[in-house]
Structures are given as C-alpha cells and as structure tokens.
Ligand binder design. Structure first.
Ligand SMILES: Cc1cc2nc3c(=O)[nH]c(=O)nc-3n(C[C@H](O)[C@H](O)[C@H](O)COP(=O)(O)O)c2cc1C
Length: 365
C-alpha cells in the first residue's frame, strides 16, 4: 500500500452498490449461489451450497458464478475509485447462516475506474441464432487482452470446419443431458414455464430467454415427467433437442474455450472472473454471447472420475469426445476446461433473466 491508499470503511450506500453489481453476475440456470456481507473495509463473499446444482462437479459451475460476481464487485469498486484485494479462503470453509465463506474482498482508496464496469447491467445471455460473419481482428484481440489472470487461457475457433466438428461433440454431450434422469429433473426444476413464474421465483430459467422454436415451450412442459421424456427419447427427442444446440453453434461468429492451468477452488474462481471480463468485453463491442456449459462439465467429470450414476453407454459416449476435443484445442491439452461459449452478432434477446432482491443476497441487511 503506498501513501495515497488507505483502507476504506464502506458506507451503506457504497456497500449496497457493490452487492447489487455482484448479484447481476451470470450463474448456471440463474441459480445465484451467493450472498455478501460488508464488514468494515471488506466484503465477505459466501457460497450458498444449497443453491448449487447437483450436476456440478468440483463446484466448477458455482465457482464460475461466484468468480463472475467477484469480478463485478471489483469493477463496481473501481468505479468508486476503490482498489480491491481479493483473498480466497481454504477448505474447510467457515460456515455460517450466510453460507460458506469463500473469499474476502478488501477495499482501499486509490483505485482507477475500469471501463468494463459500465457494461455490468447490459451483459446478458443471448441464445438467438447469430450472424456467421467472423469477428474482426480487433474484436478478437480485445477478448484475449481482457484476461488478467495468468492461469486463465482463452482459445477462439472461427473456422467453419472446426465449429462443425465441435458442434458434433456438443450434440453428443447434450444428448446425455436429456437422456439422464437426474439432469432432466434438475433442468425442469430450474425452468420457469412463463414470465409470471419467473417473476415470482426470481431465479431459474425463464423459458422466454431460451429462444426456442414455436411450440417447443409447451412441448418442454409436457415432457416434464421423466416417464414421458424417456419414452420420447426412444423416438429421438434427445436428438432433436441436441440438434438445436448444433444449429446455435453453427450460427455463431466464433466459439471460445476458457481453461485454467490447474483444477483448484482459487483457479476456478479466478477463471470465473476471467469469463466475466471476456463477456463484458464482448458486450462492450456489441457482441452477443452464450455460455455452453455441458461439454466442459462432462469433460471435468471424466477427468476426476465422477461418472458414478451415469449409464455405462453414456460414459462410453462421453469418453469418445475427449480425443476429438483435444484435437480441436491442442494448446489446451493438460489444462482444466472451464467454459465454452459462442459469440457473434445478433438482435438483443427476447427476454432477460430476473435476480433476487438485494435483501436476499445482502447478509448484512
Ligand atoms: C457456470 C455457468 C454455466 C452456464 N451454462 C449455460 C449453458 O450451458 N447454456 C446456456 O444457454 N446458458 C448457460 N449459462 C447462462 C446462464 O443460464 C445465465 O447466466 C443465467 O440464466 C442468467 O442470465 P443472464 O446471463 O442473462 O443474466 C451458464 C452460466 C454459467 C455462469
């Protein structure tokens, strides 16, 4: 700390602003697995494990979301001319009624505003079909340059032949998603079948954000009981759903893979921060963005050998994806996959997701 930097006790107003920004982060199925508490010059960051996805492995999805929330917090602090030191805590995490204490963000005066802050509210998941025209060299370079964590690595594919190969891998991974009962049930637990339900719950996936073809929404609802879905899968339903992911990937300017050097809680949290910076940088350039979580999560599951519960034919199908995936991203071999995403130009999404009210995520209120 130099002479011009001092610990900054946070006023209630600044604290509220920081937590509000953090809560606008993306999360898997919009599960918002976080809460925050201001104490003196710091914001404590908690993981609400009960809100995490049961399909998660090594807490990957939770850490991406909490990491993205931390990045928002740090950016919002920078807009208040506050500099942040993020400290990650070790396991076993301290547990209280607020959740598991994952990190403490200490704030001091002397910060420089980061312009990405202006895009926190604008950032959104856009699941529309995008235009195919490639990213410009500047857009491409900006996405790479925004990553600050030395252990986060970004790879972008834009050759049509590569996107085609990758879309086939996604197809197989998504089929497993729709053919495995626990994944099916978790997805439907998160689905909000109309805007009213989404408004009441303030979490989960509003079906209107999914940009589904006409009638797919009511069909999804009808298929909620596993018995129906299982029967429909015999007639190719999982293939039809997965085919839509293929189409989405092909209708993109590029697909990105974010990896981290090692598989650990702080690395995943830092990668979540990197993903958020990439997403905000895409937003700043007018680019649409959609994370594609299933393939990286399945690959992680295989790597850490957490395949129990999956049918042997699904495990076999997933294993066949490893080699072709590595061939598409040769430089990422040996690194831990974090997230795939598609990026491109598109109209804005039809709907936006909702968040919990501030008093539900501000443990100090
Ligand atoms: C870890 C993680 C995994 C995600 N996986 C997917 C995915 O596989 N497909 C998808 O369409 N969106 C995915 N999302 C986007 C979330 O559904 C989205 O962030 C959430 O619903 C909130 O909406 P918003 O991003 O528009 O604020 C993922 C987000 C995160 C953080």
């Amino acid at each position: 700390m130099n002479n011009t930097e001092h610990p900054a006790p946070l006023s209630p107003q600044v604290c509220r602003g920081l937590i509000e920004a953090a809560g606008k982060a993306p999360s898997a199925d919009n599960n918002q697995p976080w809460s925050f508490r201001c104490v003196d010059d710091a914001v404590q960051v908690f993981h609400r494990r009960e809100r995490g996805l049961s399909a998660d492995v090594c807490d990957l999805f939770s850490w991406i979301a909490v990491g993205a929330a931390i990045e928002n917090l740090v950016l919002a602090a920078s807009a208040n001319s506050l500099a942040a030191d993020v400290q990650y805590h070790d396991r076993p995490f301290a547990v209280s009624a607020d959740g598991e204490r994952i990190a403490t963000v200490r704030l001091r005066s002397g910060g420089t505003p980061d312009s990405l802050h202006a895009f926190i509210s604008e950032r959104v998941t856009n699941r529309r079909l995008y235009r195919r025209n490639p990213l410009s060299a500047t857009e491409n370079a900006n996405l790479h340059a925004t990553v600050r964590d030395p252990d986060s690595h970004l790879y972008l594919l834009s050759e049509r032949s590569d996107l085609k190969k990758l879309s086939q891998l996604m197809f197989q991974a998504d089929r497993v998603r729709f053919e495995h009962q626990p994944f099916h049930e978790e997805f439907h637990k998160a689905l909000r079948y109309n805007a009213n339900e989404a408004q009441q719950a303030r979490d989960g996936l509003d079906v209107n954000t999914l940009e589904l073809p006409p009638l797919a929404g009511p069909l999804l609802r009808w298929l909620r009981p596993w018995k129906r879905m299982r029967l429909a899968n015999r007639f190719g339903m999982s293939r039809s759903f997965a085919r839509y992911s293929v189409k989405q990937m092909l209708r993109s300017a590029a697909v990105g893979l974010l990896t981290t050097s090692e598989r650990s809680d702080p690395s995943y949290l830092e990668a979540g921060r990197s993903l958020q910076r990439i997403w905000l940088t895409a937003t700043a350039q007018g680019l649409a963005f959609q994370p594609l979580g299933s393939l990286p999560l399945f690959l992680t599951r295989l790597e850490v050998q957490q395949t129990n519960g999956l049918a042997p034919r699904h495990v076999a199908r997933l294993r066949e994806l490893v080699e072709p995936f590595d061939a598409l991203f040769p430089a990422a071999r040996g690194q831990a996959p974090v997230m795939l995403f598609r990026v491109g130009r598109s109209r804005p999404p039809s709907a936006r997701s909702i968040r919990f009210p501030l008093n539900q995520i501000d443990a100090g209120e």
